[in-house]
Design a protein around this ligand. Structure first.
Ligand code: NAP
Length: 295
């Protein structure tokens, strides 16, 4: 039995579906019975509750051979660090109380830093908590920036005719499709072949700049000259708040962009066959183009 947090989300859903297809018993964890219904029909046991409630999570993890854990990212949260700490503490308490022996935890490139990397600082703190667990084999997957982030850009393209962020246009960073993260998690959850606390990076097929990704996406949506504009931090934060981010998350998001510009959110492993994953942004852009056309 494998317990999966964030089971309705981008990585978790694919983790559940792949494990079920492989004949593995799965417990899918989420906050609403309704959004878990399709996974229940596919054969998953579902557990409905608050991922910040250690008692709930303990019961959801109990008896499992392994768990996939993550800290959900919600841009509307008024105090992001407090929310992430609450969930992170619940996760490690539940791992301990349920006596789990294997955990695959989603984290991010840049989580080695701990200060000044916006939302990634919370993942650094979570890695630290997980590292302190005695007798648990923890595999941390430090993923690059998700291709899926570009779904949030589609309304900006539609209304402003451009993509914008604080990140320097030509600064290439690891970018990855969440399907590749899920597939790496599934392989690990099936093999349970690591011991102790292990960090692995997942970097996508190649580093990509925001300008290049914007050009690729622009070509797919019939706007080959779609510009990428680097915004000043205060303009970006303001735009994010207008777009529904809390003030806190807008500040953290901008801080992350500045950390990327400073070269602080980077691979420590360097590219290897093991951390280079197959899905290309060029292929993922078709999905973005379909969403753009459908909106
Ligand atoms: N975006 C990036 O570029 C990037 C890069 C590296 C790492 N990461 C990390 O990847 C993780 C996210 O993984 P993911 O994309 O697979 O997850 P996700 O799809 O963002 O979320 C997973 C699930 O979390 C639940 N959720 C959403 N908001 C919540 C809230 N406020 N409180 C409690 N539960 C909530 C939702 O499930 P229910 O509604 O069913 O409960 C959602 O389906 C985060 O830790 C993020 O920091 C992101």
């Amino acid at each position: 039995m494998i317990a999966v947090m964030g089971a309705t989300g981008r990585t978790g859903k694919r983790v559940v579906e792949s494990l079920l297809r492989a004949g593995q018993a799965v417990r899918a964890i989420g906050r609403s019975e309704q959004s878990l219904a399709a996974l229940a029909r596919a054969g998953a046991e579902v557990r409905v509750g608050d991922p910040g409630d250690a008692g709930f999570l303990t019961e959801a993890f109990r008896g499992a051979d392994a768990a996939y854990t993550l800290l959900p990212y919600d841009v509307r949260v008024p105090d992001y660090r407090a929310q992430q700490d609450r969930m992170g503490e619940a996760v490690v308490a539940a791992i301990r109380e349920a006596g789990l022996r294997h955990v695959v935890a989603l984290s991010s490139v840049g989580a080695d830093q701990g200060v000044g990397t916006g939302p990634i600082d919370s993942l650094h703190a979570q890695e630290k908590r997980l590292r302190a667990l005695a007798g648990v084999n923890v595999l941390v997957l430090r993923a690059g920036s998700f291709f899926e982030n570009f779904f949030e850009v589609l309304p900006v393209i539609r209304h402003q005719g451009l993509n914008a962020d604080v990140v320097e246009p030509e600064r290439a960073i690891p970018m990855i499709g969440t399907r590749d993260i899920a597939d790496a998690a599934v392989a690990a959850l099936r093999a349970l072949d690591w011991t102790g606390f292990v960090v692995r990076e997942l970097l996508g097929p190649r580093d990509l700049s925001y300008a290049e990704a914007t050009r690729i996406l622009g070509a797919r949506i019939g706007q080959p000259a779609l510009p990428y504009v680097q915004l000043p931090p205060e303009d970006m934060a303001g735009a994010l708040v207008v777009g529904g981010f809390s003030e806190d998350l807008a500040r953290l998001y901008v801080e992350l962009g500045q950390a990327i510009n400073a070269g602080r959110v980077r691979s420590l492993e360097g590219r290897t066959p093991a951390n280079t994953t197959p899905t290309r942004f060029e292929d993922f852009a078709d999905e973005l183009a379909r969403a753009y056309a459908a909106a």
